[in-house]
Design a protein around this ligand. Structure first.
Ligand code: E4P
Length: 218
């Protein structure tokens, strides 16, 4: 399973990439605005930090505008993935870009039939948003399950399911059990994955006993 981080904060990305466990990055217009930085510059810097896919989202709503913006974004680096909204124009742009061999990420997916459309449009990734469905009282995780089932029924569909809007490690646990190909995690959730109180307690006990033994490793 691939882990992406969902942020435009380059200091966070550098720190998390040092683990060697980071496979890519997703951004969105809100995350870029939060960074306070120029969009093109921040995407260029991120692409220099991670080798894997870096999602950069178009802002245009029409097909021609999306294609113009995609041309600018894909020129930044070979690992830029063009993020497109799940709209008729977004899917049309996805189909064109995928046909040109450009990586695409269809975002704002909230239903399994939308995910089917994204796959038919040749998307590299589809991003179903778990947390935002939970927020309105729907079951975000069952959306991932439905998409995995549908894609599994049609092995010729090559689109990877990128679980997005992940709010806590249990979301990751459940989507991993369902076989989601990728999860994009906020930095704090990614860091939480390392933690277990019994790991800390066990380490404390081992180190105390080791000290008593008076030995060193040299
Ligand atoms: C996905 O690519 C989105 O950037 C992201 O996961 C949205 O998460 P949010 O619902 O926490 O804003």
């Amino acid at each position: 399973m691939k882990f992406f981080v969902d942020t435009a904060d380059t200091a966070e990305i550098k720190s998390l990439a040092a683990s060697g466990l980071l496979d890519g990055v997703t951004t969105n217009p809100s995350l870029v605005a939060k960074s306070g930085r120029n969009f093109i510059e921040v995407i260029r810097e991120i692409c220099g930090i991670v080798e894997g896919p870096v999602s950069a989202e178009v802002a245009a709503l029409d097909y021609e505008g999306m294609m113009r913006e995609a041309a600018v974004l894909k020129a930044i680096a070979s690992n830029v993935t063009i993020k497109l909204p799940l709209t008729p124009d977004g899917l049309r742009a996805c189909k064109t870009l995928s046909g040109e061999g450009v990586m695409t990420n269809v975002t704002l997916c909230f239903s399994a039939v939308q995910a089917l459309l994204a796959a038919k449009a040749g998307a590299t990734f589809v991003s179903p948003f778990i947390g935002r469905l939970d927020d309105i009282g729907q079951d975000g995780l069952s959306l991932i399950g439905d998409i995995m089932t549908i894609y599994g029924n049609y092995p010729s569909l090559r689109t990877e399911v990128l679980a997005a809007s992940v709010r806590h490690p249990v979301h990751l646990l459940e989507v991993a059990k369902m076989g989601a190909h990728v999860a994009t995690l906020p930095p704090n959730v990614l860091r939480m994955l390392y933690n277990h109180p019994l790991t800390d307690k066990g380490l404390e006990g081992f180190l105390a006993d080791w000290k008593k033994s008076g030995q060193t490793i040299a």
